[in-house]
Write a protein that binds this ligand. Structure first.
Ligand code: APR
Ligand code: PHB
Length: 394
């Protein structure tokens, strides 16, 4: 017999979605248990995204987990679009009435959230195994898992599927109940983390004949850079020297120089856009990458996950404070409206800035015209800026 326990909200996955939800519920007096199959150390070291929208920054501060982010995060009020060897700044402050973004690594956000959960006696169970969900459309959905060789059962009012794209929650929903929307891109990103002082004070998105390149950063000492590559690119074929050489070529601009440094980490990631509808089945609510994936060109993945759980926490508070399922029943529709806008922006940034293997000369000229338009029309620049800093939450 499994060892049984009870909670109000069972959360699967201790990524940004699961941990933000768990702490938001704690702040609302709602009980939750997070089960995670990886170790705390693994999730706090994994190099992933690093751009926080204004809304995400504000929420983390309101939740009381923003102190280190405020102290160590880099606040930017613009980005540069670079093409034909020339840079063009998009001024967020001017175009969005003062909004900006904060560069602060995702794994640092997870560290801050884990510390806050533990400091408030939150239950985040790492290194669990064989997680499964049951009775999703019953009165008491359950999570089964194993830990240290014992079987456990968590009886819940609701389950939040925050277990990412490769998790078990989405596949646990009967296939007929879901519709999947999917687009794979014919390229990937080769990314490096380097001990090199960033060669720019803001991010540089570059459109180049040889493919896209992005200069980003993590701190005044650490740069994060990306190159467009084939989706199945073999990283073994890329020496650090070859990577720097290609970055110099693609990022080249008069009077500007790229500073190199030791490469600390490198890897290749695929690019896809994915959405599943609806984001709810019975008492199971999907949030974050378990329901949608965006290509990284718009820096939206983490921010969209946080927006989902902000909407879910609000709906759960509404349910537990007056028994109304109203906001729970509209959770999926409210999230999907935002998800599709963010999908559009991420697809647009990706389509504007990458070279497509099957493109023809017309497409190339059209992309250059798009970049020329975005960097010379206030209306077009404003649209990019308001999407980049983050659309307001409904
Ligand atoms: N059981 C328990 N935990 C699981 C399982 C499982 N079967 N499968 C996956 N997990 C855990 C993963 O180990 C991970 O810690 O769920 C977590 C999911 O976290 P993320 O993939 O980070 O997803 P999410 O919280 O939705 O955040 C999305 O994070 O990684 C970025 O680019 C991504 O920006 C996006 C954001
Ligand atoms: C990053 O810093 O890792 C980063 C920044 C902007 C993006 C994607 C990734 O669009």
């Amino acid at each position: 017999m499994p060892i049984s326990s009870r909670t109000q909200v069972g959360i699967i996955g201790a990524g940004p979605a699961g941990l933000v939800l768990s702490h938001l519920l704690y702040l609302q007096g709602i009980d939750s248990v997070v089960v995670e199959n990886r170790s705390r150390q693994y999730s706090e070291q994994r190099v992933r995204a690093g751009v926080l929208e204004q809304g995400t920054v504000d929420l983390l501060s309101e939740m009381g987990v923003g102190e280190r982010m405020k102290a160590e995060g880099l606040v930017h009020y613009g980005i540069e679009l670079r093409f034909a060897g020339r840079g063009h700044r998009i001024d967020f402050q001017d175009l969005t009435g003062g909004k900006g973004i904060t560069i602060y690594a995702q794994h640092e956000v997870l560290k801050d959230l884990n510390n806050a959960r533990i400091a408030t006696a939150g239950q985040v169970l790492f290194e669990v195994e064989n997680v499964s969900v049951h009775d999703l459309d019953g009165a008491r959905p359950r999570i089964h898992y194993q830990k240290d060789g014992n079987d456990y059962e968590l009886v819940c009012d609701f389950i939040a599927g925050c277990d990412g794209f490769h998790g078990i929650c989405r596949p646990s929903i009967p296939s007929g109940a879901l519709t999947e929307y999917d687009r794979e891109y014919p390229f990937g990103w080769l990314g490096i983390l380097a001990e090199a002082p960033p060669s720019s004070t803001e991010l540089i998105y570059t459109y180049h004949d040889r493919g896209f390149a992005l200069l980003s950063m993590r701190s005044p000492r650490i740069s994060r850079l990306y190159l467009q590559c084939r989706p199945d690119e073999d990283i073994e074929q890329w020496s650090d020297e070859k990577i720097w050489q290609e970055l110099h070529i693609r990022l080249a601009s008069d009077g500007w120089a790229l500073t190199e440094g030791p490469v600390l980490q490198k890897g290749v990631t695929g690019m896809r856009s994915f959405v599943v509808e609806p984001m709810q089945y019975g008492k199971l609510f999907l949030a974050g990458d378990s329901a949608h994936i965006v290509p990284p060109t718009g820096a939206k993945g983490l921010n969209l996950a946080v927006a989902d759980v902000q909407i879910l926490a609000r709906a759960l508070k509404h349910f537990y404070s007056n028994g109304s399922r109203e906001l729970l029943d509209t959770y999926s529709d409210v999230c999907l409206r935002r998800v599709w806008k963010v999908q559009r922006f991420s697809w647009w940034m990706t389509s504007m800035l990458h070279r497509f293997p099957n493109e023809n000369p017309f497409d190339h000229r059209r992309q250059l015209a798009e970049l020329d338009y975005v960097t010379s029309s206030r209306a077009a620049a404003k649209s990019l800026a308001e999407n980049y800093v983050g659309l307001p939450l409904e």
